[in-house]
Write a protein that binds this ligand. Structure first.
Ligand SMILES: Nc1ncnc2c1ncn2[C@@H]1O[C@H](COP(=O)(O)OP(=O)(O)OP(=O)(O)O)[C@@H](O)[C@H]1O
Length: 577
């Protein structure tokens, strides 16, 4: 029994106040005060009452920003209409288990994430459900309420077969379109055939042994994740110390030298001092580096990168490179001198290096906010802040600018960058702006063989796999792949085309297949799908990316041309804004 005070139910008022206080809205605070219902009417914007109960909640397009309080609707059980269209509400869809009178659920054009709750199929009075233009994931539950006359889940990230219920099958294709993982009718898109069971059945372990196996795995993972970073840092410091000790022994008698670009300092075998390329950076030596607190920030195919905080407070990134030990000291130093001179706001700057027979360290400026790969692909799902189109476009421009700079300044390099991929695009956030810097450039001449270069990003280019000559255009290819990754939100080499039930390992092949099938916007990352005004730019950039990833290197545009076309698109955008 819910008590009534005057004309309204306090429990319902509290629920509405919870909503008011948890979402940002310019209007609700001034308007939602006093009793919500009086004489069966409401002075509160968006509320309608009947018998003292709140029966409608309609807050369309009023700039609500935030997530819904978890259980606020549990005390508004007599709602017949819930409409929150065209806002910026994020988080999961609301729980509606007790709402037996609910007829209209309009939650479209928001930022909702997660699945459509299964118990929505038990809303007995449901007539209309609009969930389009959100970021919903998972499968569509089998709605079959006979009164359901409108249903729309288009422009989401739903997956799997559309349930074959009578009710869901009577809605048109447009109710389901633009969910790249949905299949079946009415979309007329065949669902992938599940893999056939193996001919040799593998014995299933009994449940108890399965459980203990999982527990053992868990314990192992925990132990590894605690121990490995510790051992790696410890190993790194111990190793550097050992190298340093050896060299000090070798150089016994030689006086400690000051850091300066003197010829002697160019011989790191004889000194632990480091050579600096930028006069504005405070100098430090190997001892300072060894005393620094270090943590692993990432491990790649032929390097491990540490964040080192020196006692002076200076933070640097130290890349410990493997696989270059066959290289002569002279070659390594020459290349470092060449790369250390490069200065550009879209290149991570090399500030120093260390070279000995056993150890090669390249010291970079530290870029604090992770890399593009993480920004695009990590934490997908609930709680993620979508990466909007304007930000993506500015990253594209930065990467193109940095790469073009390398092409201008290293013309004699066969492939000036050679390892251009999203994890090598580092991100620096300044307030709301993201600036990007390209890193890991200029390694191609340092690697001992073509075989070891296969681990660089250019190893994925068609000319590399065909054993053909490499040119600057291999970088253009890699840039095209990044462009496609930004536009589609997909990880290269991890694509499934459900249309023809084929797995394709190449992002540009997948995009070409989808575009040929005439679902052009289906390639777009769901996070940018709603930015309709920018679809034209996205499609132009997709075409540019496809040119960049052309199998024939000579047909790809030069990097300067790529940059020019991106700038043109960007300028047109700012004219229109
Ligand atoms: N200058 C830097 N500042 C901050 N973080 C960095 C810097 N350089 C690299 N990192 C981080 O360290 C991670 C590992 O880098 P690393 O170059 O060792 O491997 P990778 O680029 O991921 O792979 P690979 O070596 O196979 O190309 C990067 O993904 C990046 O997030």
């Amino acid at each position: 029994l819910i008590p009534i005070i005057g004309d309204y139910y306090p429990i319902e008022r509290d629920a509405l106040l919870q909503l008011r206080d948890s979402v940002d809205s310019p209007n609700l605070h001034s308007n939602w005060t006093g009793p919500p219902c009086m004489n069966n009417q409401s002075r509160w914007g968006g509320i309608a009452c009947s018998d003292g109960h709140v029966v409608r909640l309609v807050l369309d397009g009023i700039h609500l920003t935030g997530s819904l309080p978890p259980a606020f609707l549990q005390n508004l059980t007599l709602l017949t209409k819930l409409s929150l269209r065209n806002n910026s509400i994020f988080g999961p869809l609301p729980n509606l288990t007790k709402h037996v009178q609910l007829e209209h659920v309009f939650l479209s054009h928001n930022l909702f994430t997660g699945p459509i709750p299964f118990d929505y199929i038990q809303l007995p009075s449901l007539k209309k459900m609009e969930l389009q233009q959100n970021y919903l994931q998972g499968e569509i539950p089998p709605f079959n309420q006979q009164n359901l006359v409108a249903f729309n889940v288009s422009y989401n990230s739903l997956q799997g077969p559309i349930p074959q219920t009578d009710v869901l099958q009577r809605f048109p294709k447009s109710s389901y379109q633009h969910n790249s993982g949905l299949c079946g009718n009415p979309l007329k898109k065949r669902c992938p055939v599940p893999p056939t069971p193996s001919i040799c059945p593998t014995p299933t372990p009994p449940i108890s042994s399965k459980k203990s196996f999982e527990l053992r795995n868990l314990a192992f993972i925990v132990a590894v994740s605690v121990l490995v970073p510790f051992l790696v840092i410890f190993g790194f410091l111990w190793y550097c110390k050992r190298v340093h000790r050896k060299e000090t022994a070798k150089n016994a008698g030689s006086a400690e030298k000051k850091m300066s670009p003197s010829p002697r300092a160019e011989d790191p075998e004889r000194t632990a001092e480091l050579e600096f390329f930028d006069k504005n950076i405070p100098v430090f030596d190997l001892d300072d580096l060894l005393r620094a607190s270090a943590e692993v920030v990432g491990k790649g195919k032929f390097s491990t990168t540490y964040k080192a905080t020196l006692e002076s407070g200076l933070v640097v990134a130290v890349k410990r490179v493997k696989d270059m030990n066959g290289l002569s000291k002279k070659e390594f130093i020459q290349q470092m001198h060449l790369l250390g001179k490069l200065r550009h706001e879209n290149l991570a700057q090399i500030i120093s290096f260390y070279n000995s027979k056993e150890e090669k360290l390249i010291i970079y400026e530290f870029i604090p906010n992770g890399n593009l790969f993480e920004l695009l692909h990590e934490n997908r799902g609930s709680g993620r802040v979508p990466l909007n189109w304007a930000t993506r476009l500015s990253i594209i421009k930065d990467v193109a600018t940095g790469t073009n700079f390398l092409h201008q300044y290293l013309p004699s390099h066969k492939v000036p960058h050679a390892n251009l991929k999203s994890s090598n695009v580092l991100i620096h956030r300044q307030n709301q702006n993201y600036r990007s810097k390209v890193t890991d450039y200029g390694y191609y001449p340092l690697l001992p063989s073509r075989r070891s270069s296969a681990r660089l990003a250019i190893g994925r280019s068609p000319e590399f796999s065909q054993g053909k000559k490499l040119t600057h255009k291999a970088d253009v290819y890699c840039f095209g792949v990044i462009l496609l990754e930004i536009i589609t939100g997909r990880i290269p080499g991890d694509e499934i085309s459900w249309a023809n039930e084929e797995r394709v390992a190449d992002l540009s092949e997948w995009v070409k297949a989808v575009v040929n099938d005439d679902w052009s916007t289906d390639i777009l990352d769901v996070e940018i799908l709603c930015a309709r005004e920018a679809h034209d730019e996205m499609l132009k950039l997709t075409n540019l990316a496809l040119e960049c990833t052309d199998v024939a290197p000579e047909k790809r545009p030069k990097m300067s041309e790529v940059l020019r076309r991106i700038e043109e698109i960007e300028e047109r955008k700012s004219d229109n804004d």
